[in-house]
Ligand binder design. Structure first.
Ligand code: SF4
Ligand code: SF4
Length: 127
């Protein structure tokens, strides 16, 4: 689940707002996005991957908000680590490309789709 946006790193590009498939963010005044709907976070990591400023940390716990302190996230080098590990900070390799490693996120994205489908079914049942 998304844990933190580091305002001092954020450039206000809003790539995270555009990338989030479940509309967790509001654009926010002054450029820094606001985590407005954390309950809709499916821990897909798209916001962290698309944040070129390494200003976002998504915690791997899908079911509860992270309790790790922002200072500890930075100290451990967690912010943006996924983006670096996946090679999104490097120019595309003409033979491989960034998407060559993206399959590793498949199970997470599939679970996100299943969560969305369950929510949709629940809403329809309650209507
Ligand atoms: S992608 Fe990163 S730098 Fe851009 S608005 Fe979001 S948090 Fe800020
Ligand atoms: S982890 Fe995915 S669902 Fe959660 S805020 Fe980031 S982009 Fe949105």
């Amino acid at each position: 689940m998304i844990a933190h946006i580091f305002e001092n790193r954020c450039t206000g590009c809003h790539s995270c707002v555009a990338a989030c498939p479940t509309h967790v963010f509001d654009a926010g005044e002054g450029g820094v996005p606001v985590i407005a709907r954390i309950d809709q976070c499916q821990t897909c990591y798209m916001c962290e991957l698309y944040c070129e400023a390494d200003a976002i940390y998504v915690d791997p716990d899908q079911h509860a908000a992270a309790t790790i302190a922002p200072e500890a996230i930075l100290e451990a080098g967690h912010a943006g680590r996924l983006r670096h590990d996946y090679g999104w900070d490097r120019p595309p390799d003409p033979d491989r490309g960034h998407l060559s490693d993206f399959w590793r996120l498949g199970p997470l994205l599939r679970e996100g789709a299943e969560i969305a489908a369950r929510r949709h079914a629940l809403k329809r049942a309650q209507a």
